[in-house]
Every structure is written in structure tokens, then in C-alpha cells.
Design a protein around this ligand. Sequence first.
Ligand code: GRF
Length: 193
Amino acid sequence: MAKSNGKKINIAVFISGRGSNLRSLIKKYKAKYSPITIKLVISSNPNAKGLMYARQSKIKSYVTNFKKNNTTEKKLLKKLSDSNIDLICLAGFMKILSKNFIKQFNNPILNIHPSLLPKYKGLNTHKRVIKKKEKYSGATVHLVSEKLDSGRIVLQKKIKISKYENEKTLEKKILKVEHVLYPKAIKKLLINL
Ligand code: GRF
């Protein structure tokens, strides 16, 4: 799955908080012989717990006061191109990327969302799913487009919601699924590029 020039595929992971998906991706790709490497972590929040995982693994990180304006976007795009980033993975990144940013980056951008998209786009997913008494939920990895949680679906995993499920237990259950799903989706995307 390496690039045609034999070089590694460089990923930048964008976070805003806890970073459990980042942690699982770091673990997945840490081996020296891995064809994929996490080269950069971008955080919209200086206090994101996920930044600790980057530090522990000596991955370059960069905190950006993410605003949809030309200067911040340009700076960020420069960082990404300086690090030869081939793929961005959003993992709990709480900002919306502009149409211009997506176009200028010119490489795929993935996002992970804790629902069976196109159902339950946006925030407070688990709360809404429980309230609606859904029987199933899940996680989705999709390509990022200008519309929130709406790009082409790469991979999705469905889980059953038990009778006694609450917001917290559902979140925990789905996070576990996400940690397996994200690397699988990355592999699927890269193979099909
Ligand atoms: C995950 O549930 C992800 O699907 C959503 O935000 C959460 C991030 O969790 N977009 P973490 O920061 O990776 O622990």
C-alpha cells in the first residue's frame, strides 16, 4: 500500500479533545515497517488531551486557532504541504473545514462520525439515538465535503442497541467500534485511490 515511489503515506490527524481515535491510529501505525505513518497532529484546542499522545510518540503537533479565514487556512495548508501530508483524518475535530481549504489541500480528507450516516448528522448523536429508541446505531467513516457529515461513505459498522443502553454506555460501545473501523476505512480508501 506504499506510494509508487516507495515512500510512506503520511497522515495528519486533526483533533479537538480526548483523542482516543488518534491514540488507536498511533498504535496501529507505529511499527517501523508500517507503510503508513502519522506525521502530524493538528489540534484546534491547546488543552486537548489527545496532544499528550502526540507528545508521547514524538509526533509533531500544531495548535491552531482554527478560523475560516485565508491567513489561518494558508498557514495550515503550508504546514501540511511541508510535511508532505497525503491524507487528513479528522478524529473528533470540532471545526468545519471550508470549501476553499478542502479544494486547496487537494488530497482526501476522512472523518469518523458516531452514527449510521446519513442518520444523525451533527452533535449529541447518542443522546438523540437513545431518545428516538433506535434499535441500531454504529459508526461511519466518510470523505469530507463542504456539507457537514455528508461526503461519500467509505465504511460503516452497525451495532445493536440493548434495552438498557444509555448515552454513556452507547458512546463507549461505539468508540470501541470506531477504533477498529477507522484504520480499516483508511486501508480501503488507500487501496482504491
Ligand atoms: C468520536 O466519537 C468521533 O466519532 C466523533 O468525535 C468523537 C471523538 O472521540 N467525531 P476521540 O476524541 O477520538 O476520543
